[in-house]
Design a protein around this ligand. Structure first.
Ligand SMILES: [Zn+2]
Length: 494
């Protein structure tokens, strides 16, 4: 075998390990019986150790080295795989193996402790884990990128090239620009949310999910749907993608928008380049790019008046209790805006404020300005200051998200950035696609095709920032996002 053949065989093997681990994890969070976690954990540990060994072995290093020495003669995909793999390998090899294993154990334990802490509103049991995880992350940053600030490194892990400097400006601009709109919404008469309170039986909601997935043009022979407490999307390969949702009879709109959001993630995963299905150049580019897709479908498409008009007769056929509402009333209810406690339930306007709070607190944890002990008080203070809400307990406050228990410091900004990316993609797409017209007809073919060409099939062939700039036809400009939000909410509440 040539070095190139060996590389592709390796990529295929790693994809297979990922596939197997992904199925086990998916099974664990969907249909596995309750006492099977320990057994599954052992199998997962074995598979992840094998996969780690393959990706860091001397043999792999030799293959990558040989290919990178002849980089000019390589085709673009092979060249890219070598770059991505070497970059990963370099990072991992700078972290001592025993510390890496210790950290993995800490994360496993921490996730378990967080679940219990959240259920029992017992922050104190979880607090020591935050301090330990932050300390590990800072130490790893100093090993891998001693030249870089530790929190910048945390950001860079999820979004190559993203820094505090960029984000500080981005969030400051949002706060200043959106302040009048926020003030308007807070002082306006609240919109009537009664369409959201109609009951929809669970079996009807399952049919509704199928309908929504059909509207998004998801290929159901490759994209499945399951049920979990927290909705998510997972992709074993581009040929097998799963989304999940959470049903509640009293909150049909919650599952409805989860399905559209996760459906956006699934469209991306299932439409990456088929030629790169079994190598890392085909992977989705980053979490912010991912969120730009999910939040585009959920909000820009799914919460538009055109979408509501198109959906309304179908929705009413499934749920006759909704027949008494006009399209406008449904549209306003789906876009009801108010400051709230829980990030995942926040509307588009206030969503970024939840992210800003987490971002500010993460920065301060990393500089050591605060420790886990002060975190709940600081959290509550910021919710009062940024959103004007009183946090009644830690369960609905600092314990609400799973990210910190999993060591995902630096991840939250992806959500806000993704939302802003989505708004600029929308503006750009509108130049060549009749978005409103197509949505009102219920035909998303052109919209999907535009994203397929400009985002999905590029995979990881370029850095996330480059992909976005190419799709935008210029630099990232957050004013598309603020203008979109201002226009939308000032119309609804003005
Ligand atoms: Zn998402």
């Amino acid at each position: 075998m040539t070095a190139k053949e060996k590389l592709y065989a390796l990529e295929k093997k790693l994809t297979a390990y990922g596939h197997a681990m992904g199925i086990l994890m998916y099974d664990g969070s969907t249909t596995a019986p309750s006492a099977t976690a320990a057994n599954r954990g052992e199998t997962l540990a074995m598979l992840s150790e094998e996969s780690y060994k393959i990706s860091t072995s001397e043999e792999t290093r030799a293959i990558l080295q040989e290919l990178s020495e002849n980089a000019e003669s390589l085709d673009p995909v092979t060249k890219r795989i070598v770059t991505l793999r070497l970059r990963d390998m370099e990072e991992i090899s700078k972290i001592p193996m025993d510390e890496y294993i210790e950290y993995q154990k800490l994360i496993n334990e921490s996730d378990d402790v967080w679940h219990k802490a959240k259920a029992n509103d017992d922050y104190d049991s979880f607090a020591p884990y935050i301090d330990k995880i932050v300390a590990f992350n800072k130490r790893f940053a100093s090993y891998v990128r001693p030249d870089m600030d530790a929190y910048d490194y945390a950001l860079d892990r999820f979004e190559k090239g993203l820094t505090r400097e960029t984000l500080d400006k981005f969030f400051e601009n949002l706060r200043v620009t959106l302040a009048p709109t926020v003030a308007l919404v807070k002082s306006a008469v609240p919109v009537d949310e009664s369409p959201l309170n109609e009951i929809m039986p669970l079996d009807v909601q399952r049919k509704f999910s199928d309908l929504l997935m059909d509207i998004l043009l998801l290929d159901r022979s490759h994209v499945g749907i399951g049920e979990t407490e927290h909705p998510f999307t997972t992709s074993f390969t581009r040929h097998d993608v799963r989304i999940t949702t959470n049903y509640s009879e009293e909150h049909y709109a919650s599952s409805m928008y989860s399905v559209i959001h996760e459906g956006g993630h699934a469209l991306y995963e299932a439409n990456t380049d088929v030629n790169n299905a079994y190598n890392c150049a085909g992977n989705a580019a980053s979490m912010a790019v991912h969120e730009s897709q999910s939040r585009f479908y959920e909000n820009i498409i799914g919460r538009s008046i055109a979408f509501v008009k198109m959906l309304s007769p179908k929705l009413k056929a499934l749920c006759p209790a909704l027949e008494k509402y006009t399209d406008e009333e449904l549209y306003r209810a789906f876009n009801a805006s108010k400051p709230s406690l829980i990030r995942t339930e926040a509307d588009e306007l206030f969503y970024s404020y939840h992210i800003m709070i987490r971002y500010e607190l993460e920065k301060r944890l990393f500089t050591g300005e605060i420790t886990a002990k002060e975190l709940p008080d600081e959290w509550n203070k910021m919710y009062k200051e940024y959103l004007g809400v009183i946090v009644p307990n830690n369960r609905e406050g600092v314990l609400q998200d799973t990210h910190w228990s999993g060591g995902m410091f630096g991840y939250f900004p992806s959500y806000a950035l993704g939302s802003a990316y989505g708004a600029q993609l929308y503006a750009r797409m509108k130049e060549t696609v009749d978005i409103e017209g197509d949505v009102e007809k219920g035909d998303l073919t052109n919209i999907n095709e535009w994203l397929r060409q400009n985002i999905w099939t590029i995979g990881s062939m370029l850095e996330p920032g480059e992909i976005m700039e190419r799709a935008f036809g210029g630099k990232f400009d957050p004013s598309y996002y603020t203008n979109y939000l201002k226009e939308k909410y000032e119309t609804i509440y003005g």
